[in-house]
Design a protein around this ligand. Structure first.
Ligand SMILES: [Zn+2]
Length: 211
């Protein structure tokens, strides 16, 4: 599938009624709706435990035919019209989104109601919730630059080399060129363990990895 969206849902079942919901929802989807599997690709219980639903290579059943063909579905247990997602659930969601985005960097993270007439994932899960969740997440977290952590990036712009260091997921510009580090570099990677040369195209990708 060509994954264009990552869609967030709630189960619409309050966790005080059931605090471990994956099995019940899977049974409902399989034995009542006669689907091949639970409709979502990932499911997050209130204690932050991630449960795998459908394999990513299979189309989900969570947002209507058109978008099912082009998205992955993540469901959080809870009725977020009546309660809020738990802190550990949100942290687990963040981890999961980082992981998925590292594989599908262009996919947009959306709420179910962005794509279909629906309240899902509830009034207490808004775009602000999502923004707060991912605002501290950098390109490095999204995997494109994981390999660069702790290393120097040499970028040549207007025929002048510039060096950056990737520190805890942040790109730090080093105004003074640490010249001993400079080596001749080819088009893409020259990785001596510390210094990596990147093209402008890669540089753009790295910056665009930020949502
Ligand atoms: Zn939904």
């Amino acid at each position: 599938m060509n994954i264009e969206k990552i869609v967030i849902h709630h189960s619409a079942v309050a966790t005080w009624d059931n605090n471990e919901q994956f099995d019940a929802i899977k049974r409902y989807h399989v034995y009542t709706k006669w689907w091949g599997d639970i409709g979502y690709h990932y499911f997050l219980e209130p204690d932050g435990v991630l449960k795998n639903g459908r394999d990513e290579k299979y189309r989900g059943a969570h947002v209507g035919r058109y978008w099912n063909d082009r998205s992955l579905g993540i469901c959080l247990a809870g009725n977020f019209n009546k309660q809020k997602p738990t802190r550990v659930q949100l942290l687990a969601l963040k981890e999961l989104l980082i992981d998925i985005k590292s594989r599908y960097p262009k996919a947009e993270i959306v709420l179910h109601r962005d794509l279909k007439a629906s309240e899902c994932p509830g009034a207490n899960f808004t775009h602000k919730t999502l923004e707060e969740l991912i605002s501290g997440v950098s390109a490095v977290d999204f995997g494109l630059m994981k390999r660069f952590e702790g290393k120097y990036i040499q970028r040549v712009r207007n025929n002048i080399g510039q060096v950056y260091r990737v520190d805890n997921g942040r790109i730090v510009h080093l105004p003074a060129s640490p010249s001993p580090l400079f080596r001749s570099w080819s088009d893409e990677l020259e990785d001596d363990g510390k210094l990596i040369g990147i093209t402008e195209a890669t540089w753009d990708k790295v910056k665009k990895a930020l949502i």
